[in-house]
Design a protein around this ligand. Structure first.
Ligand code: CTP
Length: 411
């Protein structure tokens, strides 16, 4: 279930070429189950028509503070009051340099700025998605305005870098619709992990036999990536150590790519000292070839097959769980168990063997590569089932369960 479902978003457009992305954002918000009321400045109407946004939002667009149409079911001819009282959030995308300068001074000579000024500060977040030429963005005046707007309670999103409509290259592009969608949705997530650092491992490991062959497993990394996203949504700083997977990095998450179990262990060790939660969702190879050949192993025509011998990989989770910080409660460790049968029995035994307070069991062959999963959470008080559901929905529930079990932060 999306954090945006059932929310009412007032989407404001000020003037800028990025108005075309606002159309995509409007559609995406509606798809997530939000209702969208579009408000446009006169400048925005030079870039995109109200007709497009009315069609995408399914509601007539407001453009003038003198518009006497009924808004929010009220006939008082005060669109700026009615629209802002009805909103769960006001999102201005694009927010032009001029529009932000105007907001900064509390000026209110058109409907959008009037509505931003009239918003109830404590209950209706104002989210600004800047969009402008790189020189305009880096100008001290704009940067000063951004700082002050944030201090005044607005949430000013970052900008993208790259080729700009004017032909120049640099910072100042408006974020893409999917990035905006994530940032807006995240506003509505509870922030039970604010102030915490979360370390997550995800995906398989790859153990090389020679430069072209290796051993791996069918883990896709989707569950671990969903956990990293869910932790970030809840306000954590997240570091994701990923084995070889073909997944995009969740927004706001710091990612380190590794290949083998030994590389994963080194990456985990370098981040574990800062973390307050460690979730080991990776399917780490238990063994690796005792020798990895420098050159490709060739058939010599004799029909003889190469003899492979293995050595055991380090147990990353058990090692972290045995550390001083984990034993003192400063680092909360969560393990996973990918089993093929007897889930409860194996997972209970694994929790004790790994020395972790919480273990999450799932049936590996049923979930590897899929978007859905079912989880069995096991702690010292028993077990509880979650799902079947999407991996993101389960990850959000798991983060909620972890948050409940954490010692509170020092005041
Ligand atoms: N794990 C780890 N390092 C390893 C093996 C596993 O950190 N070398 C972690 C996994 O990330 C997971 C948990 O330990 O959180 C259990 O992994 P799993 O593969 O289910 O269990 P194993 O310990 O490998 O036991 P078995 O293969 O016998 O079931």
């Amino acid at each position: 279930m999306s954090y945006l479902a059932g929310k009412h978003i007032v989407l404001g457009l000020s003037g800028g070429i990025a108005c075309y992305k606002a159309a995509e954002l409007c559609r995406a918000l509606v798809k997530e189950g939000a209702s969208v009321q579009v408000v446009m400045t006169e400048a925005a109407e030079h870039f995109i028509t109200a007709v497009t946004l009315q069609a995408l939002s399914g509601r007539p667009v407001f453009t003038s503070q003198w518009d006497s149409r009924t808004s929010a079911g009220v006939d008082n001819n005060m669109a700026h009051i009615n629209l802002s009282r009805e909103a769960d959030a006001i999102v201005v995308a694009p927010a032009s340099a001029d529009f932000m300068a105007k907001l900064l001074h509390g000026r209110a000579d058109d409907l959008l700025s009037l509505m931003c000024l009239a918003r109830p500060l404590d209950t209706v977040p104002l989210i600004l998605a800047p969009a402008m030429n790189r020189e305009m963005w880096s100008h001290p005046a704009t940067q000063r305005n951004v700082t002050q707007l944030a201090a005044d309670g607005a949430m000013v999103l970052d900008v993208g870098a790259g080729e700009q409509a004017c032909g120049e290259t640099g910072d100042g592009r408006m974020l893409e619709a999917d990035q905006l969608l994530y940032d807006i949705g995240r506003c509505f997530a509870p922030k039970r992990l604010a102030g915490r650092r979360v370390l997550v491992t995800a995906g398989p490991t790859y153990e090389a036999i020679d430069p072209v062959r290796g051993l791996t497993n069918r883990s896709s990394g989707k569950m671990g990536f969903a956990i990293a996203q869910a932790a970030h949504e809840e306000g954590a700083e997240v570091c994701l150590v990923a084995g070889p997977v073909a997944l995009p990095t969740p927004r706001g998450v710091r990612r380190t790519d590794v290949r083998s179990a030994q590389e994963m262990q080194a990456a985990v060790q370098s981040h574990a000292d800062d973390a307050s939660i460690f979730v080991a969702a990776a399917a780490v190879a238990d063994w690796r070839p005792a020798h990895s050949a420098e050159e490709k192993i060739k058939k010599d025509g004799s029909g003889e097959v190469p003899a492979l011998s293995f050595v055991e990989n380090p147990d990353i989770l058990a090692g972290v769980a045995a550390s001083e910080r984990a034993r003192s409660g400063a680092l909360y460790c969560v393990g996973f168990a990918a089993e093929s049968h007897n889930l409860l029995e194996h997972a209970q035994a694994k929790r004790l063997r790994k020395g972790v307070p919480l273990l999450v069991g799932n049936i590996g062959p049923a979930t590897f590569g899929q978007d859905d999963n079912a989880l069995l959470l096991i702690d010292d008080s028993g077990s509880k089932e979650f799902g079947p559901a999407s991996k993101l929905s389960l990850a959000r529930q798991l983060i909620g369960e972890i948050a409940k079990r954490l010692p509170s932060l020092p005041a």
